[in-house]
Design a protein around this ligand. Structure first.
Ligand code: SF4
Length: 555
């Protein structure tokens, strides 16, 4: 079972990640997180009766979810756990008995976990969830449970799970809503019951018991049964790794002999005339000649000033300029002049724009397609802060490859890309995949990651249906940026290529000098051949691409 502590996650991101793992993951997952303040409600919720505040006035989101059940609350101090599992045993329709059996196993997991903190919990007849003193007038609810089991899908996968109150702000469940529409019984928390257990303490127990009872499964990369594949977004801020001196001499394999022929110089002139910037030049990429000769180039649109400041990136963080309306036309003209077969559009993060700049990127795609119908277009974009509306703007333009870099392993996210997040990036990739796009992601090595963390990252990318992954060596731009912790050998890159492709990722481009767009055209070609030969869609075969009609219980 792949256990993931994801930190504090936006509810919509977690939902999209769940749906991605539900649809594409071959392995079972146990997602554990806290959510930012959010009220979620089912389609038949009685909001006029059970919602007693204006969510935005109390700093909460209100999310309508395609489920039954009334309104519930998630927020800091509440451990939220989503088991995404393939239920063992017989296939086909999940009978109500099967669902009840699964719900019982989830309730029992919570009950046994609470017992380890001295709390004797149980079930209350006629009510969902887990209770204390359930059969007494002093009954109080400590955990809400709501699960879904796929009907008519084989294997039968589960999603959603439970929300256990450790030390949340109880006003959200007492003053702002009537949780689950149950106003005849109160809610409680471990803290109110006198326990000083932390959210981390409880998460550790839940993870251990879940793995013990829902079992060890062989992961596709390592056939020998692995008990657990555990990955944590860092619980605390981890200081920068010490690493190598910036003056440290690079190994031979990182010192390419770059020679730019006359065609490169001519192309540079074209780009200057069109007032365009390519990442190839900006980053001084050693692969420039090869890529341009290969008919691939990466245009940086929306300017060079980023609203973020990732620890590895040499970028201008001054106030960004407004997008230039004729840029899509100029990019399309450059594509035609350069005769590109595969054009990559990349962007800095534009959190200053209402749509994150995604409408502009979509306009670039349309312009390129109009004047260069045979050119494939790949987009390497930010996470749009997880905003569905912005993402849909780009999905609708149907880039041939949707690329979003996750950059590093879960534990190092906070240090390396403080404005982004592991769960958010996986959820953006899952949403693009479910929108029918070929998805791609990339990360660097040499920032302090461990081998097992990299293998888990590859497993997570495969599990949300990613078809293409790039892995390259991190190079430190300046002494103000994160240090390089080690030079990674070409053999280790080859190992990750092997592991990634065994996990179901169609193409892994991994080498010391690999960059996000390196061999981009070739990689896209490999995927389209795979799609044709599999007669299906790219990437990990969709276990249950659409979220089928679901049987649900609890909430
Ligand atoms: S968001 Fe992208 S462009 Fe901006 S600092 Fe991070 S890596 Fe660089």
């Amino acid at each position: 079972m792949r256990v993931r502590w994801l930190g504090r996650v936006n509810y919509r991101d977690a939902l999209a990640l769940q749906e991605g793992l539900f649809a594409y993951a071959k392995d079972d997952y146990l997602l554990m997180q806290e959510h930012h303040h959010v009220f979620t409600h089912g389609v038949s919720a009685e909001l006029d009766k059970n919602l007693r505040c204006t969510p935005s006035e109390v700093g909460a989101e209100l999310v309508r979810v395609n489920r039954g059940g009334d309104i519930t609350y998630h927020g800091p101090g509440q451990l939220v756990v989503y088991p995404i599992r393939s239920l063992p045993g017989k296939f086909g329709d999940a009978s109500p008995a099967d669902v009840t059996a699964y719900v019982c196993s989830v309730e029992q997991l919570v009950i046994d976990s609470l017992a380890e903190f001295g709390l004797i919990a149980g079930r209350k007849a006629g009510y969902p969830g887990v209770w204390l003193d359930a059969d007494t007038p002093n009954a109080r609810k400590i955990c809400a449970i709501g699960v879904r089991v796929a009907r008519g899908a084989t294997p039968r996968r589960t999603m959603h799970g439970f929300a256990l109150n450790i030390d949340p702000d109880m006003r959200y469940m007492r003053e702002h809503i009537v949780p689950c529409g149950i106003d005849e019984w109160p809610v409680t928390s471990l803290r109110e019951e006198g326990s000083n257990a932390t959210l981390r303490d409880v998460a550790e127990v839940v993870a251990r018991l879940a793995v013990e009872r829902w079992g060890a499964v062989a992961s596709s990369a390592a056939p020998e049964p692995a008990t657990t594949d555990r990955v944590d977004v860092a619980w605390e801020y981890e200081p920068d790794a010490v690493g190598l001196q910036i003056t440290e001499r690079k190994p031979e394999w990182l010192r390419p002999h770059v020679q730019h022929g006359p065609e490169v110089l001519a192309t540079k002139k074209t780009l200057r005339d069109l007032r365009l910037v390519t990442v190839c030049e900006e980053a001084g990429c050693p692969n420039l000649s090869e890529c341009w000769r290969d008919g691939t180039a990466t245009f940086m649109v929306l300017g060079e000033r980023c609203t973020r400041a990732c620890g590895f990136c040499l970028v201008d963080t001054r106030k960004p300029e407004p997008p230039t309306s004729d840029e899509p036309r100029r990019v399309a003209e450059a594509v035609a002049t350069m005769g590109l077969q595969h054009a990559v559009l990349t962007m800095v993060a534009r959190d200053d724009l209402p749509d994150g700049g995604f409408a502009h990127v979509a306009a670039c795609i349309r312009e390129i397609r109009t004047s260069n119908p045979s050119t494939a277009v790949e987009t390497l974009v930010s996470d749009a802060k997880g905003a569905d509306a912005s993402l849909q703007l780009l999905f609708a333009a149907k880039p041939d490859v949707f690329n979003h870099n996750i950059e590093t392993v879960a534990r190092l996210q906070r240090v390396v890309r403080p404005s982004a997040g592991y769960a958010r990036s996986l959820s953006v990739l899952a949403r693009a995949r479910r929108a029918g796009l070929v998805t791609k992601s990339g990360f660097m090595l040499g920032l302090g990651e461990e081998r097992n963390e990299v293998e888990s990252l590859l497993a997570d990318l495969a599990s949300v249906g990613v078809s293409i992954v790039t892995v390259g060596q991190y190079l430190r731009p300046t002494s103000d940026h994160l240090p390089v912790t080690r030079w990674v050998s070409p053999d280790e890159f080859a190992h990750y290529r092997h592991v990634g492709e065994r996990l179901g990722i169609t193409h892994v481009e991994a080498s010391p000098l690999t960059r996000s767009s390196y061999h981009a055209k070739r990689a896209a070609g490999v995927v389209s051949v795979a799609v044709m030969t599999s007669g299906g869609s790219a990437g990990a075969a969709s276990v249950g691409a659409h979220v089928p009609d679901l049987v649900e219980s609890g909430l």
